[in-house]
Design a protein around this ligand. Structure first.
Ligand code: FAD
Length: 317
């Protein structure tokens, strides 16, 4: 069963989570140390994020700075393959339009297919630091919908080079992102949902939402999606707060609101241990209500740390 089938056919809300590849220089053991305690809760799948290159300025010692392009967290595909082999669990690599030509995307998909990775989260990606707007590669996909079309083509044996003789059909299950509080570039939630519907019509099988802290925002989003004719599973994304700083970082980075009740509780905390406890309790409350409403899965953004997710999972699964 691929992930969309699991989501559609489950009677109970499934558990899933997202991890980051380790920082360059770190070993894979660190990732396993975070995954190990979460395996007790029988996750249905694990997502692994993709991190684009960044431009940094390196001092040259003579007062001048040199522009350097680096990738701080490479290894998404390798990590997915390693996790699948070690834990016998489906992994979902995130693939971006940004930084990829269509040829690069096709080659990455071929690699995934060879490795037995049958699930992909197709994303556009953000603009590079210092760039105001996202710009695709010259021969790249401009929007996530274009990547969905490309993956769907490969699933039908349609490659970029139409003259290929042996046209193996892949069998990718395609996830895409959705934004209950709308994507920050979108003029309105309904315009955003119109483009979301295009991703589904192009062959995407399910949606994972951006994090949200007020369940009503998710319920309204699901209603709007259904009204727009979107009938695929919509998996809610949950991020337990763990530091005071996140009160400003999260709205800035992810363009989501933090409800007054949660924000004021965090403001009252003396230290981050207290914040972590508030974050755990809030996420459990969110999870319980989402489960009551038959959410297909709860997808946790671990940001590479699992202690708080373990506490939440103990309560919910
Ligand atoms: P799209 O669906 O392409 O939409 C982007 C914007 O363009 C939206 O405003 C949309 O309304 C609009 N739009 C869509 N189609 C069209 C069209 N045809 N014409 C005009 N406008 C259109 N980023 C990373 O770098 N790495 C990750 O691993 C990662 N994982 C993520 C996981 C999840 C669950 C989520 C929600 C986001 C993730 N992101 C990640 C962030 C994501 O890359 C950014 O939010 C990005 O700005 C948008 O990507 P998208 O796939 O939603 O874009």
């Amino acid at each position: 069963m691929n992930i969309a089938e699991k989501l559609r056919n489950t009677e109970q809300t499934l558990f899933s989570f997202e991890i980051l590849p380790p920082l360059k220089g770190d070993a894979i053991d660190k990732v396993y140390e975070n995954i190990d305690p979460l395996m007790d809760f029988n996750p249905a799948y694990i997502n692994v994020t993709y991190h684009r290159e960044e431009t940094i300025l390196k001092p040259m010692g003579n007062g001048l700075l040199k522009k350097k392009t680096i990738r701080k967290r490479p290894g998404t595909i390798g990590l997915c393959a390693a996790i699948q082999a070690k834990y016998k669990i489906d992994t979902v690599p995130h693939l971006l339009c940004g930084g990829f030509t269509k040829e690069d995307t096709e080659n990455a998909l071929i690699e995934l297919d060879f490795l037995g990775i049958k699930n992909v989260l197709a994303l556009r990606g953000d603009s590079l630091k210092g760039e105001r707007y996202f710009s695709p590669e010259e021969e790249g996909n401009a929007f996530a919908v274009d990547m969905v079309k490309q993956i769907n083509n490969l699933n039908q044996g349609i490659y970029i080079d139409e003259e290929l003789e042996n046209k193996h059909q892949t069998n990718f299950c395609i996830g895409v992102s959705g934004y209950p509080e709308k994507h920050f570039e979108s003029p309105s939630i309904n315009v955003d949902i119109k483009y979301l519907k295009e991703k589904i019509d192009a062959g995407a099988d399910y949606i994972v939402t951006q994090m949200f802290f007020d369940n009503q925002v998710y319920f309204d989003f699901v209603d709007k999606c259904n009204a727009a004719g979107i009938n695929v599973p919509i998996v809610p994304g949950i991020k337990p707060l763990s530091t005071k700083r996140q009160l400003s970082v999260i709205p800035t980075m992810f363009n989501v609101d933090i409800p007054d009740e949660l924000a004021f509780s965090v403001l009252k905390c003396k230290d981050n241990n207290q914040v972590r406890q508030i974050g755990i309790e809030w996420a459990i409350k969110q999870g319980e209500e989402l489960m009551k409403h038959n959410a297909p899965a709860l997808h946790f953004y671990s940001m590479g740390r699992s202690k708080n997710i373990v506490e939440i999972a103990k309560s919910l699964f």
